[in-house]
Design a protein around this ligand. Structure first.
Ligand SMILES: NC(=O)c1ccc[n+]([C@@H]2O[C@H](COP(=O)([O-])OP(=O)(O)OC[C@H]3O[C@@H](n4cnc5c(N)ncnc54)[C@H](O)[C@@H]3O)[C@@H](O)[C@H]2O)c1
Ligand SMILES: [Fe+2]
Length: 427
C-alpha cells in the first residue's frame, strides 16, 4: 500500500535525496498526499518536482532532466499517470549520464538508439491511472516536437524497481479519463497478443543480449499476461467507466498485466500510427479529465522553455481510433489468433470462421466504443483529420520502426494510407 512507501525506501537504503515526480494537477490530489505523508512519517528527505507536462515533449523532459542533473538525487518516486512515470524515467537516465546528448538513447531514426550504460537510480512508480502499465515497462515516451512525432527511449534498465498499484488512486478519474486510459490497456493487450511470434521477428536474433529489442514479439509468457488483460477489459472496462469501484480495481490489474505483456512482446500498428495522430493534432481537445489547461498555465509560469500544446489527442484515444482498421488488416497473418483474441474480448465466436476473425475483432472494438459516443469522437475525422492529412500521417508513422517490426504483417506506405483512411469514420 502507498502508506508503506516510506518504509520501502528505507529498506532500499534511500533515506535522503529522493525526488518525488508528479504533474501540477496530481500534486493537488489524494495520492500525492498519501505518498508525502508516508515519506514524512519515515523521515525521508525529499524534493517535489511537479512540472511534468501531460503528454510530455522533449522540451518538458529537458526541464525535468535539468532539475535532476542539478540536484543529483539518490532515487525517484513517480506519482501519476504515464506522463509522470515516463518523465521520471527520462530524468533518471540523463541525470545518471550527464554528458550524454539527449538524442543518444532515443530510438532510431530520431535518436541514436544507444544502449544505456551502467545502472540507473532506483525508481518507484505509483500509477494513478489504469492505463499505460508504465510501472512495469522499460519504456519512456515523449513527443519529439522538431520531427512532429512521438518517440521514446526503450531499455530494460528504465524499468521501475517497484510499482505500487493502489486502486484507490484511480477514484478521482472521471469517465472520459477512465475510458481513454482503459482503451490504452485494451490496445496494449490486443497488439501484444497478436504481435509476430518472437521466432518469426523480421530482425532475427540479436548478435548479443544487450542488443535484444525491448519489444521481442509474442511469446508463451506474454500471451498469459495479454490474454488475461483482454478478459479483464471485456469484463470490467464498461463498468469501470460507470464508476464501479470493483471494476476500477480490476482495470488496475488489467493495466499492469497488459504492461507486463506488451513490455515483452511489444505493441505494433495502432501504437505506430498513434504517434503522428497525437503529435500533429491542431484542433481537438478532450471534453474533460485532462487538465492540460492547468498544466499549461503552471508549467509555463515556472519555465519559459516549455511551450505546451493546448490541443491534444489523449494517448488511449489516439491508439484505439485505428484499432478496428488495424486488426481487420493484420488478421490475415494469423486468423486463429485473432479469433482467440476476439473470444477473450467477449465476442461470440461459435459461428464465426477464422477467415472472418479480423472483421469480428474490428466490430467488437467498434461496438465497445459506441457506448461512449458522448465523448469518443467519430474516427480520425472527429479529432480534426481529413484526407488531406493522410500523407503526413503516413510519413510520421514510417519512422516508428521498432513497433512496426513486431506487427504480424508488414505494411507498405500504401497499406498505412488505407488503414488511416478506413479509420476516418468509426460509426
Ligand atoms: N511507458 C509506457 O510504457 C507507456 C505506455 C503507454 C503510454 N505511455 C505514455 O503515457 C502517457 C499517457 O499517460 P496516461 O494515459 O496514464 O495519462 P497522463 O499521465 O497523461 O494523465 C492524463 C491526465 O489525467 C490526470 N490524472 C492522472 N491521474 C489522475 C487521477 N487519479 N485522478 C484525476 N486525474 C488524474 C493528469 O493530471 C492528466 O491531466 C502518454 O504520453 C503515452 O504516450 C507510456
Ligand atoms: Fe499505449
Amino acid at each position: 500500500a502507498t502508506k508503506e512507501i516510506g518504509q520501502d525506501l528505507i529498506s532500499m537504503g534511500l533515506t535522503k535525496k529522493v525526488c518525488v515526480v508528479t504533474d501540477p494537477y496530481m500534486a493537488t490530489l489524494p495520492p500525492m498526499k498519501a505518498v508525502l505523508d508516508s515519506l514524512v512519517a519515515a523521515n525521508i528527505s525529499f524534493e517535489v518536482f511537479d512540472q511534468v507536462a501531460v503528454e510530455p515533449t522533449d522540451a518538458s523532459f529537458q526541464v525535468a532532466i535539468e532539475y535532476c542533473k542539478k540536484n543529483q538525487f539518490d532515487g525517484f518516486v513517480a506519482v501519476g499517470g504515464g506522463s509522470v512515470i515516463d518523465t521520471a524515467k527520462a530524468a533518471n537516465v540523463y541525470m545518471c549520464n550527464p554528458n550524454a546528448d539527449f538524442l543518444d538513447f532515443v530510438n532510431a531514426p530520431v535518436g541514436k538508439g544507444l544502449p544505456i550504460p551502467g545502472k540507473l537510480k532506483p525508481l518507484i512508480a505509483v500509477p494513478t491511472t489504469a492505463g499505460t502499465g508504465s510501472e512495469t515497462t522499460g519504456v519512456s515516451i515523449f513527443d519529439h516536437t522538431p520531427t512532429g512525432a512521438k518517440t521514446g527511449i526503450r531499455d530494460r534498465g528504465l524499468r521501475p524497481v517497484l510499482g505500487i498499484i493502489d486502486p484507490d488512486h484511480t477514484r478521482t478519474c472521471g469517465p472520459e479519463l477512465t475510458a481513454f486510459t482503459g482503451l490504452d490497456v485494451l490496445c496494449h493487450a490486443l497488439e501484444s497478443y497478436t504481435a509476430v511470434p518472437y521466432q518469426q521477428r523480421i530482425t532475427g536474433a540479436p548478435a548479443r543480449p544487450q542488443l535484444r529489442p525491448a519489444y521481442q514479439g509474442s511469446n508463451a509468457i506474454s500471451d498469459i499476461w495479454s490474454g488475461f488483460a483482454l478478459q479483464q477489459c471485456s469484463k470490467y472496462l464498461l463498468r469501470a467507466v460507470e464508476g464501479d469501484p470493483y471494476a476500477r480495481e480490476q482495470m488496475c490489474l488489467a493495466s499492469t498485466a497488459a504492461g507486463v505483456g506488451f513490455g515483452s512482446a511489444g505493441v505494433h500498428l495502432c501504437h505506430a500510427m498513434s504517434y503522428p495522430i497525437s503529435s500533429c493534432v491542431t484542433n481537438y481537445r478532450p471534453l474533460s479529465g485532462y487538465n492540460q489547461a492547468l498544466t499549461t498555465a503552471t508549467v509555463k509560469k515556472s519555465s519559459e522553455q516549455i511551450k505546451l500544446k493546448e490541443n491534444m489527442v489523449p494517448h488511449g484515444l489516439s491508439v484505439v481510433l485505428t484499432a478496428p482498421a488495424v486488426f481487420k488488416w493484420t488478421s490475415v497473418a494469423d486468423p486463429e489468433r485473432h479469433l482467440k483474441a476476439a473470444e477473450l474480448l467477449g465476442a461470440d465466436v461459435s459461428r464465426v470462421k477464422a477467415v472472418d476473425s479480423g472483421l469480428l475483432l474490428s466490430d467488437t472494438i467498434t461496438s465497445l466504443l459506441s457506448n461512449w459516443t458522448a465523448f469518443v469522437p467519430n474516427g480520425l475525422q472527429g479529432v480534426g483529420y481529413g484526407s488531406e492529412h493522410l500523407e503526413s500521417l503516413v510519413k510520421g508513422t514510417l519512422p516508428q520502426r521498432k513497433v512496426i517490426e513486431v506487427s504480424p504483417r508488414q505494411p507498405t506506405p500504401e497499406d498505412f494510407n488505407k488503414m488511416l483512411e478506413d479509420s476516418m469514420k468509426l460509426f
